[in-house]
Design a protein around this ligand. Structure first.
Ligand code: TEU
Length: 537
C-alpha cells in the first residue's frame, strides 16, 4: 500500500466534516470527531480519505466559500486538530486528500474586503472579475451568464458602479486566474498543506477557473443543464491546463505520492481526459458513470469509453457513485426512471422506491468496486443511507434551494449527519444529541453499530468487497466483457467474474466455487434476480 502510484487503484472515502461525527456537541461534525472514528474508516478497507473543506468560512456554501485557505474554521477545530488527524490517519496507513477551492473565495476573504473598498480599476479588484454593467446607468449585468445555483452570475455591491462575477453564490466571488498574483498566492496555499504532509488535493470546479476573456454572451440553449455538460464560455477553457501543469510540477517536488484530483463536469470523456494528461492532474472524477442511471447499455458504454480515454493518456479511471452534491444512490436508483440527472430534483418529483433503490445501490457498489482504477465512496453510502427527502424548508441550508426559490430541493438531503449508534441521541452523531440537519427516523436501523453486527448489512458487503478487491488486485486489473443477455452487465477482472442484472428478468449464472452477492437472496435456482449483482471466482 505504500508503493508508488498508490492512487491508481485506491478506494477513497469522502468525509464531509459537517456531517461525519461531532466531538464537541455543537451539532456540527468536526476534525476531532473524524479522528475518533478512524478505526471504523480503516475497518472499511479503504486506502485514503478525502476531506471536504474545513477551512475558515462563513459557511454560505457549507465551506466551499473560503475566507482563509491556511487555517481551520473554529467550527471544525484547529490546525493542531488537523495535524493530529493527519498523523492518526497516516499511522493507520490512510492517505489524506484535502479539498482546494480555487475558483472563488468567500466574499469575506480579506481580498474581497479590500476589493469592496477599492476603486474600479484597482489592483484589489483585479484579483476578481469586476465589470461595468450594461444599460444607460449600468443597471444591467455585464452579460447573460447565470449562476450554477440559479439566478444571474453577477451581483453588485451596494452603491457600486461595477458588477462582480460569481458562477456560484453571490457570496462566492470568482477569482481572475489570469492575474499572476492569484496564481502565486495559490502556490503558497498548496505548499502550506503539502508541507504539513497532506497526500493531495481534490480541486473544486477544476473546469471553471479560466473564463473566455471577452466574456461573450452565453446564449445557453433553453433547458440545457447548467454545468452537467460544461459547455459555455466559462467552462473547460484551454487556459485551465496551464494551471494544472504548474501544480503538477509543484506537487511533484514533494515526491511521486502526492496527487491532484480534478472535479470537472466536462463531457465527453475524451475532453475530460485532457485534465489527466501525464503532466497535469493524476485523476479526474468520472461523472459520466454517476449520471448513467440504471441501464446496462449505458453502464457498459460508460465503462468502455472512460477506460479507453484514460488508457490513452495513461491515467487511471475513477468511479463515482455519489458525493455531497447529488442524491444518495439508495434514493436515486429508486426514482421512477432511475436516471440520476438532475441530481437533486424539486418537490414535484415523485418519491423514490426506497427498497428498490437500496437493492440497486448495493449492486452498483459491487459493480464499482470490481472495476480497475480508483473508486470514490461518499461517507454513508457504505450504510446504504437514503436521502432525507422530507427535510422541512426551514431546515434547508443549501444555496441551491434558496436561489431557485425551492424549485430545486437542493443538496441538504445527502448531507444529513451519519447515524453511528441506534440507541443514542442523534444516533450517536453528537454527544449532546444535536444535529445541524434533522436525521430521518429510518437512519436508526441503518446505524453503524447495528450494521457492523450484521453480516448481511450494507456495510458488511462493502467491507467484504473492499477486502476482496485488495486480495484480487481488482483495482489494477482489466475488464474483459462477457457475452450477456439484454439488461445484463457481465465481465471478468482477473479471477473474478462480475454479473450485474439491470434488467427485468432473472439470468442464468455459470457455476462457480465462491461467490458474494449484493443481497442474500440474489440467486434463486441458479439464476441472478433483477437489480442484483454477484462476484464469482
Ligand atoms: O461543485 C461544482 C459543481 O459544478 C456543482 O455545481 C455540481 O455540478 C452540482 O452541485 C451538481 O449538482 C463543487 C462542490 O462540489 C460543491 O459542493 C460546491 O457548491 C461548488 O463546487 C462550489 O464550490
Amino acid at each position: 500500500r505504500n508503493g508508488q502510484d498508490w492512487w491508481r487503484s485506491a478506494v477513497i472515502y469522502q468525509i464531509y466534516p459537517r456531517s461525519f461525527a461531532d466531538a464537541d456537541g455543537d451539532g456540527i461534525g468536526d476534525l476531532p470527531g473524524i479522528a475518533a472514528r478512524l478505526d471504523y474508516v480503516q475497518g472499511l478497507g479503504v486506502d485514503a480519505i478525502w476531506l471536504s473543506p474545513f477551512y475558515v468560512s462563513p459557511q454560505a456554501d457549507a465551506g466551499y466559500d473560503v475566507a482563509d485557505y491556511c487555517d481551520v474554521d473554529p467550527v471544525f477545530g484547529t490546525l493542531d486538530h488537523f495535524d493530529s488527524l493527519l498523523a492518526e490517519a497516516h499511522r493507520r496507513g490512510l492517505r489524506v486528500i484535502i479539498d482546494l477551492v480555487p475558483n472563488h473565495t468567500s466574499s469575506e476573504h480579506p481580498w474581497f474586503a479590500a476589493a469592496r473598498q477599492s476603486a474600479p480599476g484597482s489592483a484589489e479588484r483585479a484579483r476578481y472579475v469586476f465589470r461595468p454593467g450594461r444599460g444607460p446607468a449600468g443597471e444591467l449585468p455585464p452579460n447573460d451568464w447565470i449562476s450554477v445555483f440559479g439566478g444571474p452570475a453577477w451581483s453588485r455591491l451596494p452603491g457600486d458602479a461595477e458588477w462582480y462575477l460569481h458562477l456560484f453564490d453571490a457570496r462566492q466571488p470568482d477569482l481572475d486566474w489570469r492575474n499572476p498574483e492569484v496564481v502565486e498566492a495559490f502556490d503558497d496555499v498548496l505548499r502550506f498543506w503539502l508541507d504539513r504532509g497532506v497526500d493531495g488535493f481534490r480541486v473544486d470546479v477544476a473546469h471553471g477557473l479560466i473564463k473566455d476573456p471577452a466574456l461573450p454572451a452565453w446564449d445557453r440553449p433553453s433547458g440545457e443543464i447548467v454545468d452537467g455538460g460544461a459547455r459555455g464560455p466559462m467552462w473547460d477553457q484551454e487556459g485551465v491546463h496551464d494551471i494544472y501543469r504548474r501544480w503538477r510540477s509543484l506537487v511533484g517536488e514533494y515526491g511521486p505520492d502526492r496527487v491532484l484530483v480534478a472535479e470537472a463536469w466536462v463531457a465527453p470523456a475524451s475532453r475530460l481526459s485532457r485534465y489527466v494528461r501525464p503532466d497535469e492532474m493524476h485523476q479526474a472524477f468520472n461523472f459520466d458513470f454517476l449520471t448513467v442511471g440504471w441501464s446496462a447499455e449505458r453502464v457498459r458504454r460508460s465503462i468502455t469509453t472512460t477506460l479507453r480515454e484514460n488508457d490513452a493518456v495513461g491515467a487511471p479511471t475513477t468511479w463515482v457513485l455519489s458525493n455531497h452534491d447529488v442524491m444518495r444512490a439508495a434514493s436515486r436508483f429508486g426514482l421512477a426512471d432511475a436516471v440520476s440527472w438532475p441530481p437533486a430534483a424539486g418537490p414535484g418529483t415523485p418519491p423514490p422506491d426506497g427498497a428498490l433503490g437500496l437493492r440497486r445501490a448495493r449492486a452498483a457498489a459491487m459493480l464499482m468496486l470490481a472495476l480497475p482504477g480508483s473508486a470514490y465512496v461518499y461517507a454513508g453510502e457504505e450504510l446504504g443511507l437514503p436521502d432525507h427527502l422530507a427535510l422541512p424548508a426551514e431546515a434547508r441550508q443549501d444555496p441551491t434551494f434558496h436561489r431557485t426559490g425551492g424549485v430545486e430541493h437542493g443538496r441538504d438531503g445527502c448531507r444529513v449527519p451519519l447515524p453511528w449508534a441506534e440507541d443514542e441521541p442523534a444516533y450517536g452523531f453528537s454527544p449532546s444529541g444535536a444535529s445541524w440537519l434533522p436525521q430521518p427516523e429510518e437512519y436508526g436501523a441503518l446505524s453503524v453499530d447495528r450494521q457492523l453486527a450484521d453480516p448481511q448489512s450494507t456495510v458488511s458487503l462493502y467491507r467484504r468487497c473492499a477486502a476482496l478487491r485488495t486480495e484480487f488486485a481488482l483495482g489494477l486489473g482489466t475488464v474483459e466483457w462477457q457475452e450477456a443477455a439484454d439488461g445484463v452487465v457481465a465481465f471478468t477482472n482477473g479471477a473474478v467474474r462480475v454479473v450485474v442484472n439491470l434488467g427485468d428478468e432473472p439470468v442464468e449464472l455459470p457455476a462457480a466455487g465462491h461467490r458474494v452477492t449484493s443481497i442474500p437472496e440474489a440467486i434463486s435456482e441458479g439464476r441472478l434476480l433483477p437489480d442484483a449483482a454477484v462476484w464469482q471466482w
